[in-house]
Design a protein around this ligand. Structure first.
Ligand code: SAM
Length: 182
């Protein structure tokens, strides 16, 4: 009896694990961009560049497990931090991390392209060129004047950055961090 219960439990665990892997894999094919967290040193640099203050509202479009937003809210408690993530399992991981951090961070299961950002003071991005092109058009019509956008690794096709700096990239290489102002 006991052995059957253990086997049932193990089987349930294996099925759950398989479902998580399958959902993540399928969603990643659809999303185009894999979940690769921004390295901690780059995250700190992004927050330094953002120079957040007062009740500013920030977004991370493609927020992954929300670690950037949690760090931002921890450092600047008066800001409003909102994330958008398209892969359900990564979003669930993010919700769990937020719950563990006890920070007030909102994380929506949503396509970044559907998120209204007309009230954004600062947006963080770590996406891919195809999405950057679509977001540039969206930002042109939606972002309030003066809003900052900080992008790790990828640039907008037409918009010129206010500044760019060299930072750590994947596998110890170098890439760029860019600050834009709309
Ligand atoms: C490279 S990771 C960056 C994660 C996080 N922003 C960070 O800096 O640690 C990109 C994330 O964007 C998500 N993503 C890709 N396309 C998206 C879309 N159209 N809308 C929302 N999230 C998206 C991916 O699932 C992935 O978790």
């Amino acid at each position: 009896m006991y052995t059957f219960a253990v086997i049932d439990l193990l089987l349930g665990f294996v099925i759950l694990l398989t479902a998580i892997v399958v959902v993540t894999a399928v969603a990643h094919i659809w999303a185009d961009v894999p979940f690769i967290p921004t390295p901690k040193c780059v995250r700190e640099e992004m927050l330094r560049l953002a120079a957040l203050h007062g009740g500013e509202k920030i977004y991370d479009l493609g927020a992954g497990d929300a670690r950037l937003l949690i760090a931002a809210k921890h450092a600047h408690p008066s800001i409003t931090a909102v994330g958008v993530e398209i892969v359900p399992t990564i979003w669930a991981l993010g919700k769990f991390r937020i719950w563990c951090s006890r920070q007030k961070v909102e994380l929506f299961l949503r396509n970044a392209l559907s998120q209204n950002v007309s009230d954004a003071d600062c947006i963080f991005l770590y996406l891919i060129p195809g999405l950057m092109k679509k977001l540039e058009k969206k930002f042109d019509t939606e972002l309030p004047p003066g809003a900052k956008v900080i992008s790790y690794a990828f640039s907008f096709p037409s918009k010129k950055p206010l500044m760019e700096q060299s930072v750590r990239g994947l596998a110890g290489g170098k890439t760029k961090l860019r600050l834009y102002q709309w």
